[in-house]
Design a protein around this ligand. Structure first.
Ligand code: PXL
Length: 290
């Protein structure tokens, strides 16, 4: 039987300060009318971008948590993973997907491990191969351009043409996922906006969506993007609408925050924009990549 509210197993860390992972996944998916069941991978004082962060890795606890869920016969409409506490957890998440996902389950893997050309502070080099293996189990993956490069064993590009973007997306789809998405795309022909692109292997179409550039970077926007994308697909939206909604929501959250003075890049004001997730889609600006 389907759950009355679509239920999402959310496999991410809990960071006390610095909006990211579960502190954005839960409010976003709840606002979108979905029930979130968190399976925490680690508990941190702050995300790993703040010096001196403390981390409690839950790798040894995960198997017991998962066994207990199995004993309760829990069912999920979606399984959505992100930041892992150790490379060893990737195999556990893979097993989790094999045990809990049916043919209709939406499996989203955000291979959180790197940005701006380098691995995050807590990531070991083994994480790259482990994330690549985990991605084979997913329908949707949402790497940023650095993570996509690491997964494909390519150099992080300075710029990409639209036809190169299609090649990158096809290469990601060859790893397994039918709907790969790449964020933070360095599109050489369009430097006016920040772009994301997606490919649907089932119909062979490529999609592009963009948002205005703001002269700063906010932490956690990748998690915000992937959470809205997951929620939107679960609500039944098409891939380009889900892509556009996620991109426009990130734009709104950034612009809502950027207008204040004195806030730093850890403090995206998510609550100021959450309500917009309940508005119907009234305008979409995605493009088909020819
Ligand atoms: O936003 C990705 C992310 C999630 N969780 C933790 C992080 C990061 C990125 O740095 O450190 C703990």
């Amino acid at each position: 039987m389907r759950n009355p509210l679509p239920r999402v197993a959310a496999i991410h860390d809990l960071s006390g300060f610095g909006r990211c992972s579960l502190t954005v996944v839960i409010p976003i998916l709840s606002t979108m009318g979905l029930e979130v069941c968190p399976l925490p991978t680690a508990v941190l004082s702050t995300h790993t971008g703040i010096e001196g962060f403390r981390i409690f890795d839950l790798t040894d606890q995960l198997p017991g948590f998962i066994e207990h869920w199995k004993s309760q016969n829990l069912g999920f409409e979606a399984i959505y993973s992100g930041f892992l506490g150790s490379a060893r957890q990737a195999g556990m998440v893979s097993d989790f997907i094999k045990s809990f996902a049916g043919p209709e389950t939406l499996v989203v893997v955000d291979p959180v491990m790197a940005d701006f050309g380098k691995l995050y502070a807590s990531m070991s080099p083994e994480m790259v191969g482990e994330m690549r293996a985990l991605a084979t189990q997913a329908k949707v993956i949402t790497p940023n351009i650095t993570e996509a490069a690491f997964m494909l064993g390519r150099e992080v590009p300075e710029g990409l043409t639209e036809s190169q973007v299609k090649d990158w997306l096809r290469a990601l789809a060859d790893l397994g996922p039918a709907m790969p998405v790449i964020t933070s795309l360095p599109l050489s022909s369009r430097t006016d906006r920040s772009y994301v692109a997606a490919y649907n292997r089932e119909d062979g179409r490529f999609w592009l969506a963009g948002r205005p550039l703001v002269p700063t970077q906010y932490h956690g926007t990748g998690d915000i993007f992937s959470s809205v994308l997951t929620g939107s697909l679960l609500q039944g939206d098409s891939l380009p609408i889900a892509l556009d909604r996620s991109c426009q929501f990130v734009a709104t959250a950034i612009q809502v925050t950027f207008g204040y003075s004195g806030l730093d890049h850890h403090e995206i004001l998510l609550e100021r924009s959450l309500g917009t997730l309940q508005a119907p889609v009234t305008y979409a600006s995605y493009e088909l990549l020819p």
